[in-house]
Design a protein around this ligand. Structure first.
Ligand code: NAD
Ligand code: UGA
Length: 475
């Protein structure tokens, strides 16, 4: 009989730790969940007061549809956000390690390998503060065999007599649909050592998920398969986008329509319709990072052909972004110097305020280098974040120059006023129902729309008077 988990600690209150453990708290009222972080401002935001008028939690550090309601329901009941990481670990039976694992910026593996020092620091902290045995769960995305390093660190540093089981339980949620994905996951993956203790620990974690996830959806594997499956899933997903974006380039040159091509291909059950939406390029904190990680792993294993294969997915993504930006310049008579370009959307996808690796950042940088004035509107990304993304604090002090060229707007209409071109960079739903007549009337002529997400009807826009370029559609 596996003793039930009663107290969970999650180290890392970010985009994964916050939503994941809030949803655990929602579904498991018998479990007390503490989400802990070294970032005091982030914890304060998780603990922020509701809006006095609407009663809604509007200042949480992560925007996700439905998340504020979950937090409101559980916070103070069985869900707590804290900076007292030691206490939260000490009291827990099970600890999720959900810290960031960014690409290394210097040293060995620079630009490819995952920086595991946050994972290691968390592991060392667990070893030093624990006075009881615990299950330690890798929630962060990590290279294959990281669990072995965690075990070695724990065994070398923990008090004698304590036992730690290490599980891999990668997270597959997508931002913008995190709550939905967590409430109804396609699968939950748990990797463990194939020992009696390892399998018992996996059963205990499975029992946590079984509060709301059908047991047959919980797939248990060995540790290394579980760790690698996470990198593999992201690589396969990103590869589909690069594949369809490669087709988009062919479509634009031939007059084929990538949406028709994607639909025709997706009707084949073996291919399937999802994740074949041509775009200005994929963004987000993970696809690029995880593929780079896979490339590094392949190279370290002396598999250069495998490394080259996956590297191409990123090369194609960079090409998609620059190809789109170049299209804007070439269409605007080969110069955008001193022209106003309105960029609609700055988040890396709709329904999130996250801008990490957003294609919009690359586009705005490109337009700036071409000496354009860039007018940005996004419904969820805070202004300060946009400035942070477009300047390079600590590298060069270019804030003044950026502010001379970039403006941030509170409405689409204001961003588009006097612009020569509108660029749709994020597929926010509100961009599908804009008053294009009014936008057209306020713009310089000829007025151009470059739809990097293929969300507006080009025929309707042409009727209004716009000259339109849609990603993946030939002339
Ligand atoms: P994030 O940067 O939003 O959050 C990580 C948090 O960990 C930060 O708040 C940071 O302050 C905290 N942290 C770092 N070291 C700490 C320590 N020693 N003690 C306490 N807190 C510490 O990152 P994220 O987007 O939540 O991603 C976390 C992991 O999950 C990454 O490995 C990522 O690849 C993976 N992942 C992310 C997503 C996603 O959609 N963002 C989805 C699946 C998996
Ligand atoms: C992705 C995966 O979908 C998740 O399963 C995974 O857990 C997560 O990465 C992670 O490990 O971080 P996420 O990056 O949040 O999730 O969002 P996606 O929906 O995958 O979109 C990623 C990027 O691809 C976005 O810029 C999106 O606009 C773009 N995209 C997506 C396309 O260009 N075309 C598509 O058909 C789908």
């Amino acid at each position: 009989q596996a003793p039930p988990v009663r107290r969970i600690c999650c180290i890392g209150a970010g985009y994964v730790g916050g939503p994941t453990c809030s949803v655990i708290a929602l579904n498991c009222p018998d479990i007390t969940v503490h989400i802990a972080d070294i970032n005091a401002a982030r914890i304060a935001a998780w603990n922020s007061d509701p809006d006095p008028v609407t009663g809604e939690l509007v200042n949480l550090p992560v925007y996700e549809p439905g998340l504020a309601e979950v937090v409101k329901k559980c916070r103070g009941r069985n869900l707590f956000f804290t900076t007292d990481i030691e206490k939260a670990i000490e009291e827990a039976d099970l600890v999720f390690v959900s810290v960031n694992t960014p690409t290394k910026k210097s040293g060995m593996g620079k630009g490819f390998a995952a920086d595991l020092h946050y994972v290691e620091a968390s592991t060392r902290l667990i070893a030093s503060v624990s006075s009881s045995s615990k299950i330690i769960v890798e929630k962060s995305t990590v290279p294959c065999r990281t669990a072995a390093s965690m075990r070695t660190i724990l065994e070398a540093n923990a008090r004698p007599g304590l036992h730690f089981d290490i599980l891999s339980n990668p997270e597959f949620l997508a931002e913008g649909t995190a709550v939905q994905d967590l409430q109804n996951p396609d699968r939950v993956l748990i990797g463990s050592l194939k020992t009696k203790e390892g399998e018992l620990a996996a059963r205990r974690l499975k029992d946590v998920y079984a509060h709301w996830v059908p047991r047959e959806k919980v797939y248990t594997t060995g540790l290394w398969s579980s760790e690698l499956s996470k990198l593999a899933a992201n690589a396969l997903l990103a590869q589909r986008i690069s594949s369809i974006n490669a087709m988009a380039a062919i479509c634009e040159a031939t007059g084929a329509d990538v949406q028709e091509v994607a639909h025709a291909c997706g009707l084949d059950k073996r291919i399937g319709p999802n994740f074949l939406k041509a775009s200005v390029g994929f963004g987000g904190s993970c696809f690029q990072k995880d593929i780079l990680n896979l490339v590094y792993l392949s190279e370290s294993l002396n598999l250069p052909q495998v490394a080259d294969y996956w590297k191409q997915v990123i090369t194609m993504n960079e090409y998609s972004k620059s190809r789109f930006a170049q299209k804007v310049v070439s269409t605007l008579f080969n110069t955008i110097t001193a022209k106003k370009v309105a960029v609609l959307g700055f988040a890396f996808k709709k329904n999130t305020g996250d801008t990490r690796e957003s294609a919009a950042i690359s586009l705005c940088r490109y337009f700036r280098q071409e000496n354009a004035f860039v007018a940005i509107y996004d419904p969820k990304v805070p202004e300060a974040q946009i400035w942070l993304d477009l300047t390079e604090p600590g590298v060069v002090d270019d804030t003044k120059q950026v502010k001379e060229q970039v403006t941030i707007h509170k409405s689409v209409q204001s961003a588009c006023k006097d612009a020569e071109a509108v660029v749709i960079a994020t597929e926010w739903d509100e961009f599908k129902t804009l008053d294009w007549e009014a936008i057209y009337a306020s713009m310089k002529k000829p007025a151009f729309v470059f739809d990097g997400r293929a969300i507006v009807d080009p025929k309707k826009l042409r009727q209004v008077g716009f000259k339109v370029h849609t990603v993946g559609q030939g002339p």
